[in-house]
Design a protein. Structure first.
Length: 357
């Protein structure tokens, strides 16, 4: 029997329903402000950072995630994959608060699969930077076999394992190799993060060198690459690709944390735009070219970016993909059966393992 490792234990694949394969359930609020803030804090402003283990903050995270998920059942979506790396998008630096995903799953009735990974080097916790390849591999294997950090929640997939814009740092290469080795040892799927779709082919070469099972690899964020021909080139390798920022039409181009000591006055920032009409057009083209068995869909929704996308994530939340965007795909000639493949068959095949008797 094929099963998927969820945060509440193994679940038969046929019970999953449609799957949103790349989300971040603990990042819908940036801190404990809704529960009264931190009135006991007596530290400099530069030291004020959200504590993911603060009880009131944890309650906010769980409550808002449960509410945000409540519309999915009507769309046939029964499973959400939380691909939050150590130390970012709601996951604490040592993985202890991955246990909150169990509360979210129980209270929402939605199956949740937890990923484990390390993000871009600039955002990586110090312990991951100091770890060598063997130590990172052992950590990932333990996350799958015993639980992420101290949470006791077993990872059901590796990812989103990240590389930078137009380059792969030595640290990022180390962590990608570690994820590949852990995948080889555990049999779990592996999902990557590409920054604006770059370095996808280089990621694949590293994974090949490590003997990763490329049939269970997803190259992430390919819907954000500027060149559709490059996306085709990646797809022609046979690997799975993700159009997983659906609804995220605008976002800030941020590659490292902001410094605390930047000067006052005018500041410059970069931003990026990718319309969902472009996503739908490209998806329809790839499906027509025969790639429908390789594509996965998700939203990568975070509270920090919802305000920049008021007509998509801001209006629809997690329902946007299954309702509004799916309608857009139908208008572009993608069939219901093909949408079902991208939301059910393809992600389920990446997540499932064989249950031991």
């Amino acid at each position: 029997m094929s099963v998927v490792q969820t945060v509440l234990g193994p679940v038969p694949t046929e019970e999953l329903g449609r799957i949103m394969h790349h989300e971040h359930l603990l990042s819908l609020v940036p801190g404990p402000w809704l529960s009264g803030g931190r009135p006991d804090a007596r530290v400099p402003v530069t030291g004020l950072k959200p504590d993911p283990n603060e009880a009131r903050y944890a309650d906010d995270q769980v409550r808002h995630a449960v509410t945000a998920l409540c519309g999915l059942a009507a769309l046939g979506i029964g499973t959400v994959v939380d691909l939050s790396p150590y130390g970012v998008v709601g996951r604490d630096a040592v993985g202890a608060n991955a246990g909150l995903l169990q509360r979210i799953s129980r209270e929402s009735g939605v199956h949740v699969v937890a990923g484990t990974s390390v993000y871009l080097e600039a955002y990586s916790p110090r312990w991951t930077v100091e770890a060598d390849l063997r130590q990172m591999t052992e950590r990932f294997v333990a996350d799958a076999a015993q639980g992420i950090g101290t949470s006791g929640v077993r990872a059901g997939v590796f990812g989103e394992q990240a590389t930078s814009l137009n380059r792969i740092t030595a640290h990022e290469e180390k962590c990608l190799r570690a994820a590949a080795r852990a995948q080889r040892e555990t049999g779990l799927g592996l999902t990557t993060h590409t920054t604006h779709g770059t370095m996808a082919l280089e990621q694949l070469e590293i994974l090949r060198q490590e003997g990763a099972d490329l049939d269970h690899v997803v190259i992430g964020h390919m819907d954000t690459h500027a060149d559709l021909d490059y996306v085709r080139q990646v797809a022609r390798t046979g690997v799975h690709i993700a159009f997983d920022t659906v609804g995220k039409q605008n976002w800030d181009f941020v590659l490292e944390p902001e410094p605390h000591d930047r000067p006052d006055g005018d500041t410059m920032k970069q931003a990026y735009h990718r319309s969902d009409v472009t996503r739908a057009t490209r998806l329809a083209a790839l499906v027509a070219e025969g790639f429908e068995d390789q594509i996965l869909l998700a939203q990568d929704l975070t509270g920090a970016e919802v305000w920049m996308n008021p007509t998509t994530h801001g209006q629809w939340g997690y329902s946007y993909l299954g309702a509004s965007f799916s309608t857009l795909l139908l208008e572009h000639g993608v069939t219901e059966k093909q949408i079902e493949k991208m939301l059910l068959d393809n992600p389920a095949r990446l997540l499932e393992t064989t249950a031991r008797p």
